[in-house]
Design a protein around this ligand. Structure first.
Ligand SMILES: Nc1ncnc2c1ncn2[C@@H]1O[C@H](COP(=O)(O)OP(=O)(O)O)[C@@H](O)[C@H]1O
Ligand SMILES: [Mg+2]
Length: 224
């Protein structure tokens, strides 16, 4: 079994409040996993642990054989920059940059030339229906358009794992479908694994494995 990410007994506390309790999670290369659950159940907190954004209070997260919390900060951020992709709930686009520049950022940070990075960015933006807005500043976009740019930016460097927190929340059903298709296409063609937190039952139903989060506990519903 080709496991890319494994979490064992992950707890996360904020002070005395325990947001995640004993989460076990295994993700194979190319697998799409969906996590559903009510607001406040700990989905985003778990995602932060899985993605190496927050160290678990106890338990371990292992990415491709390396325990994330054992890595020095510099190595952890390099790993996150090159091998992981993120679409977080509270958008983090740079408003003064264009759609194309925002999307190309992970490639530019990896040292890829501007021309090449922009060709790759334009390619994925077209697939997400943003081909006409390449030169627009992201401060001028609607919520749904911004969300698609965030998705494009998370996928442009073809990471091993993409973490997406409600990536279709601001989208109408046609655009939600386009975003999901892009995740599935990457998973199938590049073996990119995807962890997607969603309220949308249709999105969850298309995933390979499904989990529910309730009061900080993660329960597997459908296994890959
Ligand atoms: N930085 C924080 N400090 C204290 N409590 C937090 C913090 N972030 C989240 N929480 C609490 O942890 C619980 C889980 O939050 P979260 O992971 O955001 O849930 P979800 O994404 O499922 O809505 C909530 O009760 C929330 O209020
Ligand atoms: Mg959340």
């Amino acid at each position: 079994m080709d496991v890319i990410l494994r979490a064992e007994g992950v707890d996360l506390s904020y002070g005395t409040y325990q947001a995640v309790s004993g989460a076990d999670f295994t993700l194979k290369r190319g697998e799409v996993a969906a996590i559903t659950g009510s607001s406040g159940s700990g989905k985003s907190s778990l995602l932060y642990c899985l993605a190496g954004v927050l160290p678990p209070t106890s338990g371990t997260v292992t990415f491709d054989g390396t325990q994330l919390s054992a890595l020095p900060d510099g190595e952890l951020s390099a790993l996150r920059r090159t091998r992981l992709g993120f679409v977080f709930q509270y958008g983090e686009l740079l408003p003064e940059l264009t759609v194309e520049e925002n999307t190309a950022l992970p490639l530019r940070l990896a040292g890829i030339s501007k021309d090449h990075a922009h060709v790759m960015a334009a390619h994925i933006l077209k697939r997400l229906g943003m081909g006409d807005l390449l030169r627009r500043r992201t401060s001028k976009l609607s919520g749904g358009q911004s969300q698609r740019v965030a998705v494009a930016r998370a996928l442009v460097h073809r990471p091993d794992v993409v973490f997406a927190d409600e990536p279709t929340g601001a989208l109408d059903s046609a655009n939600a479908e386009a975003v999901l298709k892009e995740f599935l296409w990457l998973a199938r063609s590049q073996k990119t694994a995807v962890v997607i937190v969603t309220h949308d039952a249709d999105v969850a139903a298309k995933a390979d494995s499904q989990y529910a989060m309730s009061d900080g506990a993660l329960i597997q519903r459908v296994s890959a």
